[in-house]
Design a protein around this ligand. Structure first.
Ligand code: MN
Length: 355
Protein backbone atom coordinates (compact mmCIF):
# COMPACT_ATOMS: atom_id res chain seq x y z
CA UNK A 1 0.00 0.00 0.00
CA UNK A 2 1.24 3.45 -0.89
CA UNK A 3 0.30 6.84 0.48
CA UNK A 4 -0.83 9.55 -1.90
CA UNK A 5 -2.37 13.00 -1.94
CA UNK A 6 -5.06 14.38 -4.23
CA UNK A 7 -4.39 17.85 -5.64
CA UNK A 8 -6.85 20.18 -7.31
CA UNK A 9 -5.92 21.97 -10.51
CA UNK A 10 -4.96 25.23 -8.79
CA UNK A 11 -2.62 23.27 -6.50
CA UNK A 12 -0.45 21.78 -9.24
CA UNK A 13 2.75 23.59 -8.31
CA UNK A 14 6.10 22.90 -6.70
CA UNK A 15 5.01 23.96 -3.22
CA UNK A 16 2.15 21.48 -3.16
CA UNK A 17 4.39 18.72 -4.53
CA UNK A 18 6.91 19.46 -1.76
CA UNK A 19 4.10 19.47 0.81
CA UNK A 20 3.01 16.00 -0.33
CA UNK A 21 6.56 14.67 -0.07
CA UNK A 22 6.95 16.21 3.38
CA UNK A 23 3.79 14.44 4.53
CA UNK A 24 5.30 11.10 3.50
CA UNK A 25 3.44 10.66 0.22
CA UNK A 26 5.04 8.84 -2.69
CA UNK A 27 2.18 9.34 -5.15
CA UNK A 28 -0.20 12.03 -6.40
CA UNK A 29 -3.72 11.89 -7.77
CA UNK A 30 -4.44 14.96 -9.84
CA UNK A 31 -7.64 16.80 -10.76
CA UNK A 32 -7.43 18.61 -14.10
CA UNK A 33 -11.05 19.83 -14.06
CA UNK A 34 -11.26 23.35 -12.63
CA UNK A 35 -14.20 22.98 -10.24
CA UNK A 36 -14.01 26.62 -9.23
CA UNK A 37 -14.21 28.40 -12.57
CA UNK A 38 -16.43 31.54 -12.45
CA UNK A 39 -17.99 30.39 -9.19
CA UNK A 40 -18.25 33.17 -6.58
CA UNK A 41 -20.07 30.88 -4.14
CA UNK A 42 -17.52 28.10 -4.49
CA UNK A 43 -14.08 29.44 -3.70
CA UNK A 44 -10.95 27.35 -4.11
CA UNK A 45 -9.25 26.20 -0.94
CA UNK A 46 -11.11 23.01 -0.13
CA UNK A 47 -13.25 20.39 -1.85
CA UNK A 48 -15.91 22.12 -3.94
CA UNK A 49 -19.39 22.38 -2.42
CA UNK A 50 -21.27 25.16 -4.23
CA UNK A 51 -25.06 25.50 -4.19
CA UNK A 52 -28.01 24.77 -6.52
CA UNK A 53 -26.14 26.54 -9.29
CA UNK A 54 -23.45 23.85 -9.11
CA UNK A 55 -19.73 24.31 -8.66
CA UNK A 56 -18.93 26.49 -11.65
CA UNK A 57 -18.33 26.45 -15.37
CA UNK A 58 -17.01 23.40 -17.17
CA UNK A 59 -13.84 23.72 -19.24
CA UNK A 60 -13.28 24.27 -22.94
CA UNK A 61 -15.02 21.59 -25.03
CA UNK A 62 -12.45 22.01 -27.79
CA UNK A 63 -9.43 21.70 -25.52
CA UNK A 64 -8.69 18.09 -24.65
CA UNK A 65 -5.83 17.39 -22.24
CA UNK A 66 -2.95 16.71 -24.62
CA UNK A 67 -0.13 14.22 -24.44
CA UNK A 68 2.36 17.12 -24.18
CA UNK A 69 0.48 18.67 -21.25
CA UNK A 70 0.16 15.36 -19.41
CA UNK A 71 3.78 14.40 -20.03
CA UNK A 72 5.00 17.80 -18.79
CA UNK A 73 2.91 17.48 -15.63
CA UNK A 74 4.28 13.99 -15.01
CA UNK A 75 7.85 15.24 -15.50
CA UNK A 76 7.37 18.02 -12.95
CA UNK A 77 5.85 15.61 -10.45
CA UNK A 78 8.64 13.08 -10.98
CA UNK A 79 11.22 15.87 -10.58
CA UNK A 80 9.68 16.55 -7.16
CA UNK A 81 10.27 12.91 -6.18
CA UNK A 82 6.68 11.72 -6.64
CA UNK A 83 4.77 9.43 -8.99
CA UNK A 84 1.64 10.50 -10.86
CA UNK A 85 -0.77 7.64 -10.17
CA UNK A 86 -4.06 8.92 -11.57
CA UNK A 87 -6.04 11.70 -13.13
CA UNK A 88 -9.34 12.05 -11.29
CA UNK A 89 -12.50 13.01 -13.21
CA UNK A 90 -13.34 13.91 -16.77
CA UNK A 91 -14.41 17.47 -17.52
CA UNK A 92 -18.18 17.75 -18.13
CA UNK A 93 -17.25 19.81 -21.21
CA UNK A 94 -15.71 16.67 -22.69
CA UNK A 95 -18.45 14.14 -21.93
CA UNK A 96 -21.79 15.82 -21.06
CA UNK A 97 -23.58 14.03 -23.87
CA UNK A 98 -22.08 10.69 -22.85
CA UNK A 99 -23.81 11.19 -19.50
CA UNK A 100 -26.98 12.70 -20.97
CA UNK A 101 -27.16 10.55 -24.12
CA UNK A 102 -27.17 13.75 -26.17
CA UNK A 103 -26.44 14.47 -29.83
CA UNK A 104 -22.67 14.79 -29.34
CA UNK A 105 -22.34 11.41 -27.61
CA UNK A 106 -20.46 9.61 -30.40
CA UNK A 107 -18.01 12.48 -30.89
CA UNK A 108 -17.44 12.80 -27.14
CA UNK A 109 -16.79 9.07 -26.75
CA UNK A 110 -14.05 9.54 -29.36
CA UNK A 111 -12.70 12.45 -27.26
CA UNK A 112 -12.58 10.24 -24.18
CA UNK A 113 -10.75 7.55 -26.15
CA UNK A 114 -8.19 10.15 -27.19
CA UNK A 115 -7.77 11.20 -23.56
CA UNK A 116 -7.19 7.60 -22.48
CA UNK A 117 -4.61 7.12 -25.22
CA UNK A 118 -2.90 10.36 -24.16
CA UNK A 119 -2.70 9.11 -20.57
CA UNK A 120 -1.28 5.80 -21.71
CA UNK A 121 1.33 7.49 -23.86
CA UNK A 122 2.33 9.73 -20.94
CA UNK A 123 2.61 6.71 -18.63
CA UNK A 124 -0.22 7.68 -16.28
CA UNK A 125 -1.72 4.37 -15.15
CA UNK A 126 -5.23 5.29 -13.92
CA UNK A 127 -8.15 7.46 -15.04
CA UNK A 128 -10.70 7.99 -12.26
CA UNK A 129 -14.26 8.93 -13.20
CA UNK A 130 -17.71 9.34 -11.71
CA UNK A 131 -20.53 8.33 -14.04
CA UNK A 132 -23.21 10.57 -12.59
CA UNK A 133 -25.84 13.01 -13.81
CA UNK A 134 -26.20 15.18 -10.73
CA UNK A 135 -22.62 14.57 -9.58
CA UNK A 136 -21.46 15.57 -6.13
CA UNK A 137 -24.29 17.92 -5.15
CA UNK A 138 -26.78 18.56 -2.39
CA UNK A 139 -24.27 18.79 0.43
CA UNK A 140 -23.86 21.39 3.15
CA UNK A 141 -20.83 22.79 4.90
CA UNK A 142 -20.45 23.66 8.58
CA UNK A 143 -18.41 23.31 11.77
CA UNK A 144 -19.24 19.59 11.88
CA UNK A 145 -15.91 18.00 12.76
CA UNK A 146 -14.15 17.84 16.14
CA UNK A 147 -13.54 21.21 17.75
CA UNK A 148 -15.73 22.96 15.20
CA UNK A 149 -13.52 22.24 12.20
CA UNK A 150 -15.34 23.00 8.96
CA UNK A 151 -16.47 19.88 7.11
CA UNK A 152 -19.09 18.74 4.63
CA UNK A 153 -22.28 16.79 5.23
CA UNK A 154 -25.84 16.23 4.15
CA UNK A 155 -29.06 17.48 5.76
CA UNK A 156 -31.78 15.56 3.93
CA UNK A 157 -32.48 14.69 0.30
CA UNK A 158 -31.96 17.17 -2.52
CA UNK A 159 -34.26 16.75 -5.48
CA UNK A 160 -34.54 20.21 -7.01
CA UNK A 161 -34.31 19.60 -10.77
CA UNK A 162 -31.14 20.45 -12.70
CA UNK A 163 -31.38 23.41 -15.08
CA UNK A 164 -30.69 22.80 -18.76
CA UNK A 165 -26.99 23.19 -19.51
CA UNK A 166 -25.96 21.54 -16.24
CA UNK A 167 -24.62 18.06 -15.65
CA UNK A 168 -22.28 16.58 -13.04
CA UNK A 169 -22.95 19.67 -10.90
CA UNK A 170 -21.27 21.97 -13.43
CA UNK A 171 -22.52 24.26 -16.19
CA UNK A 172 -21.41 23.11 -19.63
CA UNK A 173 -23.75 25.41 -21.64
CA UNK A 174 -24.43 28.89 -20.31
CA UNK A 175 -26.77 29.59 -23.21
CA UNK A 176 -29.03 26.58 -22.82
CA UNK A 177 -32.76 27.37 -23.12
CA UNK A 178 -34.64 27.78 -19.82
CA UNK A 179 -36.11 24.63 -18.33
CA UNK A 180 -35.01 21.49 -16.57
CA UNK A 181 -33.10 18.39 -17.57
CA UNK A 182 -35.70 15.60 -17.87
CA UNK A 183 -35.22 12.69 -15.46
CA UNK A 184 -33.60 9.58 -16.86
CA UNK A 185 -34.70 6.15 -15.71
CA UNK A 186 -32.20 3.95 -13.84
CA UNK A 187 -32.27 1.53 -16.80
CA UNK A 188 -31.36 4.30 -19.22
CA UNK A 189 -28.49 5.41 -17.01
CA UNK A 190 -27.09 1.87 -16.69
CA UNK A 191 -27.31 1.53 -20.47
CA UNK A 192 -25.32 4.76 -20.86
CA UNK A 193 -22.66 3.36 -18.53
CA UNK A 194 -22.62 0.14 -20.56
CA UNK A 195 -22.12 2.17 -23.77
CA UNK A 196 -19.29 4.10 -22.11
CA UNK A 197 -17.54 0.94 -20.90
CA UNK A 198 -18.04 -0.87 -24.23
CA UNK A 199 -16.39 2.06 -26.01
CA UNK A 200 -13.63 2.84 -23.51
CA UNK A 201 -12.48 -0.44 -21.95
CA UNK A 202 -10.91 -1.87 -25.14
CA UNK A 203 -9.04 1.40 -25.63
CA UNK A 204 -7.95 1.39 -21.99
CA UNK A 205 -6.72 -2.20 -22.40
CA UNK A 206 -4.64 -1.25 -25.44
CA UNK A 207 -3.32 1.91 -23.74
CA UNK A 208 -2.44 0.22 -20.45
CA UNK A 209 -4.73 2.56 -18.50
CA UNK A 210 -7.16 1.44 -15.79
CA UNK A 211 -10.59 3.08 -15.64
CA UNK A 212 -11.58 3.60 -12.01
CA UNK A 213 -15.19 4.32 -11.03
CA UNK A 214 -16.08 6.42 -8.01
CA UNK A 215 -19.43 5.59 -6.36
CA UNK A 216 -22.16 8.23 -6.13
CA UNK A 217 -21.32 10.88 -3.54
CA UNK A 218 -23.62 11.42 -1.74
CA UNK A 219 -24.93 7.86 -2.22
CA UNK A 220 -28.62 8.66 -2.61
CA UNK A 221 -30.89 6.61 -4.92
CA UNK A 222 -31.79 9.90 -6.61
CA UNK A 223 -30.29 13.38 -6.56
CA UNK A 224 -31.84 16.43 -8.21
CA UNK A 225 -34.53 14.15 -9.61
CA UNK A 226 -32.01 11.97 -11.44
CA UNK A 227 -31.19 8.32 -10.78
CA UNK A 228 -27.79 7.27 -9.41
CA UNK A 229 -25.81 4.13 -10.23
CA UNK A 230 -23.65 3.06 -7.30
CA UNK A 231 -25.48 4.11 -4.13
CA UNK A 232 -25.30 0.76 -2.28
CA UNK A 233 -22.19 -1.42 -1.89
CA UNK A 234 -23.65 -4.27 -3.97
CA UNK A 235 -24.10 -1.98 -7.00
CA UNK A 236 -20.34 -1.71 -7.47
CA UNK A 237 -20.45 -5.40 -8.46
CA UNK A 238 -23.03 -4.65 -11.12
CA UNK A 239 -20.65 -2.05 -12.58
CA UNK A 240 -17.74 -4.52 -12.61
CA UNK A 241 -19.87 -7.24 -14.18
CA UNK A 242 -20.98 -4.98 -17.03
CA UNK A 243 -17.51 -5.31 -18.54
CA UNK A 244 -15.23 -7.95 -17.07
CA UNK A 245 -11.68 -6.64 -17.54
CA UNK A 246 -8.88 -5.69 -15.17
CA UNK A 247 -9.08 -2.25 -16.83
CA UNK A 248 -12.65 -1.83 -15.56
CA UNK A 249 -11.92 -1.14 -11.91
CA UNK A 250 -12.85 0.97 -8.91
CA UNK A 251 -11.89 4.30 -7.40
CA UNK A 252 -12.89 2.80 -4.10
CA UNK A 253 -14.27 5.51 -1.81
CA UNK A 254 -14.51 4.16 1.75
CA UNK A 255 -16.19 7.31 3.10
CA UNK A 256 -18.94 7.14 0.50
CA UNK A 257 -19.43 3.41 1.13
CA UNK A 258 -19.77 4.16 4.86
CA UNK A 259 -22.55 6.66 4.05
CA UNK A 260 -24.58 3.97 2.26
CA UNK A 261 -27.63 2.57 4.03
CA UNK A 262 -27.23 -1.13 3.21
CA UNK A 263 -24.55 -3.74 3.74
CA UNK A 264 -21.52 -3.89 5.99
CA UNK A 265 -18.59 -1.64 5.17
CA UNK A 266 -15.90 -4.18 6.11
CA UNK A 267 -17.59 -6.92 4.07
CA UNK A 268 -17.63 -4.53 1.10
CA UNK A 269 -13.93 -3.70 1.51
CA UNK A 270 -13.16 -7.43 1.69
CA UNK A 271 -15.44 -8.36 -1.21
CA UNK A 272 -13.99 -5.85 -3.69
CA UNK A 273 -10.33 -5.90 -2.62
CA UNK A 274 -10.34 -9.73 -2.78
CA UNK A 275 -11.23 -9.48 -6.47
CA UNK A 276 -8.17 -7.29 -7.10
CA UNK A 277 -10.37 -4.62 -8.66
CA UNK A 278 -9.38 -1.58 -6.59
CA UNK A 279 -7.43 0.84 -8.77
CA UNK A 280 -6.93 3.22 -5.85
CA UNK A 281 -8.61 4.05 -2.57
CA UNK A 282 -10.20 7.16 -1.08
CA UNK A 283 -9.98 6.85 2.69
CA UNK A 284 -11.68 9.26 5.08
CA UNK A 285 -14.09 9.07 7.98
CA UNK A 286 -17.75 9.96 8.37
CA UNK A 287 -20.50 9.94 10.98
CA UNK A 288 -24.01 8.88 9.95
CA UNK A 289 -25.52 7.72 6.68
CA UNK A 290 -27.43 9.37 3.86
CA UNK A 291 -29.41 11.52 3.92
CA UNK A 292 -27.96 12.74 7.23
CA UNK A 293 -24.22 12.46 7.70
CA UNK A 294 -21.12 14.49 8.48
CA UNK A 295 -17.58 14.10 7.20
CA UNK A 296 -15.19 13.94 10.17
CA UNK A 297 -11.52 13.79 11.00
CA UNK A 298 -9.90 10.47 10.05
CA UNK A 299 -9.80 9.35 13.71
CA UNK A 300 -13.40 10.19 14.66
CA UNK A 301 -16.56 9.00 12.95
CA UNK A 302 -17.97 5.54 12.29
CA UNK A 303 -15.19 3.97 10.20
CA UNK A 304 -12.54 1.81 11.88
CA UNK A 305 -9.75 2.94 9.55
CA UNK A 306 -7.20 0.48 10.91
CA UNK A 307 -9.63 -2.38 10.30
CA UNK A 308 -10.11 -1.22 6.70
CA UNK A 309 -6.34 -1.11 6.19
CA UNK A 310 -5.89 -4.58 7.67
CA UNK A 311 -8.46 -6.01 5.23
CA UNK A 312 -6.71 -4.28 2.31
CA UNK A 313 -3.40 -5.68 3.48
CA UNK A 314 -4.82 -9.20 3.90
CA UNK A 315 -6.06 -9.07 0.30
CA UNK A 316 -2.69 -7.80 -0.96
CA UNK A 317 -3.90 -4.40 -2.13
CA UNK A 318 -0.74 -2.70 -3.36
CA UNK A 319 -2.16 0.51 -4.81
CA UNK A 320 -2.40 4.08 -3.62
CA UNK A 321 -4.53 5.39 -0.74
CA UNK A 322 -5.43 9.08 -0.53
CA UNK A 323 -7.54 11.02 1.94
CA UNK A 324 -10.10 12.35 -0.55
CA UNK A 325 -11.37 15.03 1.85
CA UNK A 326 -10.39 16.32 5.28
CA UNK A 327 -11.95 18.88 7.62
CA UNK A 328 -10.52 22.39 7.46
CA UNK A 329 -8.48 23.23 10.55
CA UNK A 330 -8.54 26.63 12.25
CA UNK A 331 -5.26 28.23 11.22
CA UNK A 332 -3.66 30.17 8.39
CA UNK A 333 -3.56 27.07 6.15
CA UNK A 334 -6.80 25.13 6.81
CA UNK A 335 -6.52 22.74 3.86
CA UNK A 336 -2.85 21.94 4.47
CA UNK A 337 -3.36 21.36 8.18
CA UNK A 338 -6.35 19.07 7.58
CA UNK A 339 -4.52 17.03 4.97
CA UNK A 340 -1.28 16.85 6.99
CA UNK A 341 -3.27 15.52 9.93
CA UNK A 342 -5.02 12.88 7.81
CA UNK A 343 -1.80 11.84 6.05
CA UNK A 344 0.16 11.54 9.30
CA UNK A 345 -2.57 9.37 10.77
CA UNK A 346 -2.80 7.22 7.64
CA UNK A 347 0.97 6.77 7.39
CA UNK A 348 1.11 5.54 10.94
CA UNK A 349 -1.96 3.33 10.55
CA UNK A 350 -0.56 1.80 7.34
CA UNK A 351 2.63 0.89 9.21
CA UNK A 352 0.64 -0.74 12.00
CA UNK A 353 -1.61 -2.58 9.53
CA UNK A 354 1.41 -3.97 7.68
CA UNK A 355 2.87 -5.67 10.77
MN1 MN B 1 -14.29 9.89 -2.65
Amino acid sequence: MKLGLGLYRHQLDRDHFAFARQCGCTHLVVHLVDYFKSAPRNQPGDQPVGDDAGWGLAGDPNQLWTYAELAALKREINAAGLELEAIENFDPAHWHDVLLDGPQKAAQLENLKTLIRNLGQAGIPIMGYNFSLAGVGGRVKGPFARGGAEAVGMDGPCDQPMPNGMVWNMIYDRHAPPGWVPSATPEQLWQRLQDFLDALVPVAEAAGVTLAAHPDDPPMPTLRGQPRLVYQPRLYQKLLDLKPSPRNALEFCVGTLAEMTEGDLYDAVDHYSRQGRLAYVHLRNVRGKVPHYRETFIDEGDVDVLRVLRILRKNNFSGVIIPDHAPQMTCAAPWHAGMAYALGYLRSAMTVASR
